[in-house]
Design a protein around this ligand. Structure first.
Ligand SMILES: Cc1ncc(COP(=O)(O)O)c(C=O)c1O
Length: 369
């Protein structure tokens, strides 16, 4: 038996509907912005439950645009978490602001108590991450932001399709970013991204900024950039939006099964707790394992593809040295432990119960139980 981590070939095995729309697009030659981009933006904001959406060329740029829209720049501190993808911090760096790092908690999410400790007079924003497709307690984070008069930019890049007691990731903060990268729950067959907000002023500014600052073909009102998403990819994302509820449902069924079965291995494997009423996207199903590296090799020999997200927290990256010189960030013990022991196992919508049982059987074989 084989268990693939990557499911893209299966996802796009029947691309006829997409190709049909691509043919219409080719006929129209409407290759920048246009009907498909607007249609995607309207559908996405409806799906997320936000008033406005601006599609972008990727999730990293979506984050940068969020920061720019809120005028975050040199001299401003942005509080985020140390166990995230590089882009969260890359975006803060790109606008010249200073990232300030929190440790994570046992659910791999930003440690909310640490946020409180890291606020200074220079803090302008909090950038919580919906890491792995699970979510930090955004209700609590919003309270902290309100008391301290801070902006909140959600890195909801992995959060499409999740829910926190009925509210989607990306609908809590002032403005939020999503990624449509191939391994996200909604993917655009390449790079893509989106910003959502309920703030009309931010939306109007972003619409211009994303498109060179143009208000029409011959006039620019501000100096902007080109951060547009491609219509070809909006077609793919629109196709994906029709399927996403089922994708998330299937992943949750698979995840629940792992949660239940992995109790049998609790001496060796730690599964994070789940918050009642929160639905995760299961972009990643992450566990903490004894003897992780040997286990990984063992599973790979059994044709089971697994990953590590990530073997190094950002504090262990060579690029982090730059920040350490400026201030002492303290320790990141929970994140460090996760980097040592974390393993991501396939949970996607195309694996079946037999494959899950095969994986569990091999985990038991490895730990000799
Ligand atoms: C948490 C997080 N933030 C930001 C990004 C960046 O998104 P993109 O790859 O679309 O630029 C990703 C994507 O991998 C991510 O997982």
């Amino acid at each position: 038996m084989k268990i693939n981590y990557n499911y893209l070939q299966q996802e796009f095995a029947k691309p006829n509907e997409i190709i049909k729309e691509w043919k219409k697009l080719i006929k129209s030659s409407d290759f920048t912005l246009g009907k498909y981009v607007s249609k995607f933006e309207n559908s996405f904001s409806k799906f997320i439950g936000s008033k406005y959406c601006i599609s972008t060329n990727n999730g990293t740029d979506a984050l940068i645009l969020c920061l720019k829209a809120l005028n975050v720049g040199p001299g401003d501190e942005v509080i985020t978490v140390v166990n995230t993808f590089y882009a969260t911090v890359g975006a803060i760096e790109a606008v010249g602001a200073t990232p300030v790092f929190c440790d994570c908690d046992e659910r791999y999410q930003i440690d909310i108590n640490d946020i409180k400790k890291k606020i200074t007079k220079n803090t302008k924003a909090i950038m919580p991450v919906h890491w792995g497709g699970a979510s930090p307690n955004m209700y609590e984070i919003m309270k902290i932001a309100k008391i301290n008069n801070l902006k909140v930019i959600e890195d909801a890049c992995m959060g499409i399709g999740g829910s926190l007691r009925g509210k989607s990731p990306g609908t809590f903060g002032d403005i939020s970013a999503f990624s449509l990268h191939p391994l996200k729950s909604l993917n655009a067959m390449g790079d893509g991204g989106a910003v959502v907000t309920n703030n009309k002023k931010l939306y109007d500014w972003l619409l211009k900024y994303r498109n060179h600052g143009m208000i029409n073909r011959d006039t620019i009102e501000i100096w902007g950039e080109n951060k547009r998403m491609q219509p070809l990819q909006c077609i793919v994302a629109l196709w994906g939006l029709k399927k996403i509820k089922n994708v998330i449902k299937k992943r949750n069924i698979n995840a629940k099964y792992y949660d239940k079965r992995l109790i049998e291995l609790k001496k060796f494997i730690k599964v994070p707790s789940r918050i009642k009423g929160f639905t995760e996207t299961f972009a990643l199903y992450m566990i903490l394992c004894k003897n992780r590296d040997k286990l990984k090799t063992f599973l790979e020999k059994k044709n089971i593809e697994v990953k590590i997200h990530y073997p190094k927290g950002l504090n262990q990256q060579p690029a982090f040295k730059k920040f350490n010189k400026k201030r002492n960030y303290g320790k990141f013990e929970i994140s460090d432990n996760q980097a040592r022991t974390l393993l991501t196992i396939p949970v996607h919508q195309f694996i079946n119960r037999k494959q899950q049982d095969y994986l569990i059987k091999n985990l038991k074989n490895f730990y000799k139980i």
